[in-house]
Design a protein around this ligand. Structure first.
Ligand code: GRF
Length: 218
């Protein structure tokens, strides 16, 4: 496996995995000093798993079905999510993971993982948080009429898309934009800032001070 940095990262992904690919490319180019020690997906056919295999990294599909509940009781739903995350945690421990990187991972992460990896779980979100948390955010940005959109890398805390912000990048919203063209412009920036944020962590330069993340100068 290429990428012999001492930081062992796990990427959790549910879909196409273009951010995973940007991370792999950065490792292979030597700009990200980390080892891709695991890619885990809740989707058996996630292209992200194939990208991991091509890089020579362990690729694990963890089926959520045995953990799902038909109940609409929020407590039972939460218990089901936590049970799944306990299994995820076992896999992370087996692979001696130091940083968990969510990249298009379509599950809510529970305190089971958050408490096991405090300030060591990152996520990327395709809006300038705190504007437009949640899903279909490029369309929401267009509907609101904002002139600037972008993406955010943040630490994961219990509130969805609420954790301390590590890096952001902005792009203009153009008159003719659709959700697709805007998403594509944002994605170019995602692929730059995610590997950079992980590299900052690898270098020990990120310091969480309340809501703010201070990045040491080099
Ligand atoms: C990205 O837009 C990311 O910001 C969001 O989900 C998408 C994942 O894309 N969280 P990919 O699977 O990395 O291509």
């Amino acid at each position: 496996m290429r990428g012999a940095g001492s930081l062992r990262i796990a990427v959790l992904a549910s879909g196409r995995g273009s951010n995973l690919q940007a991370i792999i490319d950065a490792i292979e180019a030597g700009t990200l000093d980390a080892t891709l020690a695991l890619v885990l997906s809740n989707k058996s056919d996630a292209p992200a798993l194939e990208r991991a295999r091509k890089h020579g990294a362990p690729a694990v599909f963890l089926d959520a079905k045995p953990f799902s509940t038909k109940s609409s009781d929020p407590k039972e739903k939460q218990a089901a999510r936590e049970a799944y995350d306990r299994t995820v945690l076992d896999v992370l421990k087996q692979h001696d993971i130091g940083l968990v990187v969510l990249a298009g991972y379509m599950r809510i992460v529970t305190t089971v993982l958050i408490n096991a990896y405090p300030n060591r779980i990152m996520n990327i979100h395709p809006s300038l948080l705190p504007s437009f948390p949640g899903l279909e955010v490029q369309q929401k940005a267009l509907d609101w009429g904002v002139k600037v959109a972008g993406c955010t890398v943040h630490f994961v805390t219990e509130g969805v898309d609420e954790g301390p912000i590590i890096l952001q990048a902005a792009v203009p919203v153009l008159d003719g934009d659709t959700a697709e063209t805007l998403a594509a412009r944002i994605l170019v920036e995602e692929h730059k800032i995610y590997p950079r944020a992980i590299q900052f962590h690898a270098e020990g330069r990120l310091h969480v001070e309340g809501r703010r993340v201070r990045i040491d100068d080099r």
